[in-house]
Design a protein around this ligand. Structure first.
Ligand code: AR6
Length: 172
């Protein structure tokens, strides 16, 4: 399965597209969103201002400006409200929408952060298998994407995704 788990700073990752765990305004914020805007430079915010925001679970694409990545795909993840507010389906939709949008722009390599598991408090042990299953399913529909990497910021987060990937591979 062409899905890999890495640890580091996604802003430094060399891929055709990196995904941003954004908010619905698409006008920047903290966490990985703040880091991506800082590294990309002010042109990124200028382009984001033209997009008119984005619904939770959907995705919009911009250029990557000063980032190594050619494109940034912005997707607002669900805020965790306890699990009965459609959070699982919305999270899966973030991964699916982002991957299909990257594919529609001819991307071969795409990197994701762990969407919603920071400021939005989605429990990471629940998020990881949802993310991986959604990516695996969407990969079947891709014409261009050949490699997807989830770039975890911390070692404990990396371990959660690595474990979830092994479990998915073992189940086949
Ligand atoms: N590279 C990779 N992962 C990172 C990086 C980085 N440079 N920095 C943080 N992370 P969060 P959310 C990880 O809070 O939960 C923003 O203000 C972080 O450790 O960035 O979807 C937006 O504007 C965590 O595992 O995103 C929204 O308002 C993961 O990225 C809100 O936060 C996601 O944490 C979105 O919250």
């Amino acid at each position: 399965m062409p899905i890999y788990i890495d640890q580091g700073d996604i802003t430094q990752f060399h891929a055709d597209a990196i995904v941003n765990a954004a908010n619905t305004s698409l006008l920047g914020g903290g966490g990985v969103d703040g880091a991506i805007h800082r590294e990309a430079g002010p042109e990124l915010l200028a382009e984001c201002r033209t997009l008119g925001g984005c619904a939770t679970g959907e995705a919009k694409l911009t250029k990557g400006y000063r980032l190594p990545a050619r494109f940034v795909i912005h997707t607002p993840g669900p805020v965790w409200h306890g699990g009965d507010q459609n959070e699982d389906a919305l999270l899966a939709s973030c991964y699916r929408s982002s991957l299909l949008l990257a594919d529609a722009h001819g991307c071969e390599t795409v990197a994701f952060p762990s969407i919603s598991t920071g400021a939005y408090h989605f429990p990471i042990r629940r998020a990881a298998p949802i993310a991986l299953a959604a990516l695996r399913e969407a990969l079947d529909e891709c014409r261009h994407v050949q490699e997807v990497t989830i770039v975890c910021h911390s070692e404990p987060d990396w371990a959660v995704y690595d474990h979830a990937l092994r479990a998915l591979e073992e189940r086949g």
